[in-house]
Design a protein around this ligand. Structure first.
Ligand code: COA
Length: 158
């Protein structure tokens, strides 16, 4: 069984590391479910300065295993704005654990539904976790998805 990751809020000092985890996770984990050219274009959409902007605008949580950054996820209000696992930690529950944490935070803040846009490669990951597709694929190929947050599990692990 994979060890449970420790979760902490990101700071500006994490910017370079988070930028790199995002870039590598997209390039190494999105294919083959996404064409390599599409993954490269997606990875290029964010410049290092954009990561600092995300840290300003979003609430970003980091998953650490033995003190090493294994993944990160971002929320703003009731929207999941990103979820990335470092490739060397893929398939160990890091992404699912972060998603649980972020959903619990949103639930604890009174949101009943979480919304996101799933890339084609990650769509199955979200559908297996209770999300449903809420609209047609966007012009950039993402799927609008949402999940009802069950009110009975109200304990936010903040
Ligand atoms: C989507 C993503 C975040 C998933 O991260 P992850 O940490 O690998 O996810 P998990 O390990 O929690 O779950 C992945 C699968 O491994 C399985 N798994 C979990 N623990 C496991 C373990 N100990 N051993 C083997 N498999 C395991 C899970 O059951 C899950 O399978 P499922 O999706 O078929 O249900 C990751 O693939 C990623 O960063 N992709 C590139 C960026 C991306 O697409 N982000 C989403 C943008 S919308």
């Amino acid at each position: 069984m994979a060890a449970a990751a420790a979760h902490r809020l990101a700071t500006f000092d994490d910017a370079a590391l988070l930028f790199e985890v995002r870039r590598r996770s997209i390039l190494e984990l999105a294919p083959p479910k996404m064409p390599v050219a599409d993954a490269e274009a997606w990875a290029r959409q964010l410049a290092p300065a954009g990561m600092e902007r995300k840290l300003r605008d979003l609430e970003i949580w980091i998953a650490e295993l033995d003190g090493v950054v294994a993944g990160w996820g971002a929320i703003r209000g009731d929207v999941l704005e990103g979820l990335y696992t470092a490739p060397e930690y893929a398939g160990q529950g890091v992404g699912a654990g972060l998603l649980d944490r972020l959903e619990a935070l949103m639930r604890g803040r009174g949101f009943e539904v979480v919304r996101a846009e799933a890339s084609t490669n990650a769509k199955g990951f979200y559908l297996r976790r209770g999300y449903r597709v809420t609209g047609p694929q966007t012009p950039v190929g993402a799927w609008p998805i949402a999940r009802q947050l069950c009110p009975e599990n109200t304990a936010a692990r903040e």
